[in-house]
Write a protein that binds this ligand. Sequence first.
Ligand code: NAD
Ligand code: UD1
Length: 340
Amino acid sequence: MKVLVTGGTGYIGSHTSVVLLEQNYEVVIVDNLCNSKEMVVDRIQAITGKRPVFYRCDLRDEARLEEIFRAERPDAVIHFAGLKAVGESPKVPLKYYDNNLSSTLTLLRVMEAFGVRNLVFSSSATVYGDRATPPLREDAPLVFSATNPYGFTKIMIEQILTDYCKANPSFNAVLLRYFNPVGAHESGTMGEDPSGIPNNLAPYITQTLVGKREKLHIFGNDYPTPDGTCIRDYIHVMDLAKGHMAAIGLFERGGCGLKVYNLGTGHGFSVLEVVNAFSRAAGKPVPYVIDGRREGDLPESYADCEKAYREMGWKAEKTLDDMCRDALRWQEKNPNGYAE
Ligand code: NAD
Ligand code: UD1
């Protein structure tokens, strides 16, 4: 089976491409490199011994995307490409709506033109908003309650795919709602490479541990949780990658229509528990200070992952210690990420 991976040189797409190639899928990556580097293709090849086909292309360029589909004839698409900086999105909403929505609409038109009926989409736990109570289940009603344009693009794309599936019963769409992806490939040659100051917890900690940041700022310790810091469901990026292969398996078993799955571990860890796990991995304490709360943060978010196990046979296997060890190894071996 040939899988076209949009955003395949990015963080989650690159790890998923490795898992697909290792399972003998053919991989075609389409990425405009707005948030990734072409050298990721070399790293994928170094790990797997196979080189994915790579096209530098903006998904909104419909004519070029058609050429790629004509040349490659993929059987399925995994759609990772998108802008994802939550904090940036309210400052440049049009950029987010245009990139994320137009890319998806263009991709769907081209898939339709070439009769490609299998799509996996990168959604996010952010679609649950702040009204549902953890453990979050896929059937929680989705109030239109994202707090930022990035989150709204995920809700809107889920709706677009839901409507498209209704109109096209032979189309298969698997919406995967990721919780908090962290970690890196165990080789230490591929990982997360945020540009500028990291917004997310794990890369901020690993950059602190290698001396690129002075100390971690913990956003609030007065939440209604056991130690006062927020609780999240962190999932190893390699487990997440395998979740995508499980979704592709649904297509191979004859189609599934519209499906929605959480990809998390089902366990929540507090910020302080994550700090302690990184300290164990590093063999030294993570320097930190307690700051005020960050606007928009929820006290607690973790998944109910039963459905993904029941229907796809997938569950996360790696521990928080695995995530910290692998994230740190990547950061130590590549203190400046993929910078040449
Ligand atoms: P990433 O930025 O590392 O990867 C996204 C890739 O898409 C990048 O390589 C970028 O260059 C490419 N891209 C963006 N717009 C494009 C366009 N118009 N045309 C072609 N390529 C384009 O992000 P990631 O962390 O790997 O996330 C992948 C997907 O998962 C995103 O849709 C993101 O919103 C979603 N997601 C990520 C997280 C997370 O914490 N990382 C959580 C939930 C959901
Ligand atoms: C954030 C986004 C969410 C997105 C997710 C994955 C916000 C409000 N939410 O979620 O929409 O889907 O990233 O990309 O931005 N923390 C610190 N200090 C830091 C960084 C984080 O204390 O320097 C804390 C946060 O307050 C939070 C936890 O660590 O409690 C995890 O933060 P983060 O990695 O940003 O993920 P989320 O907040 O879950």
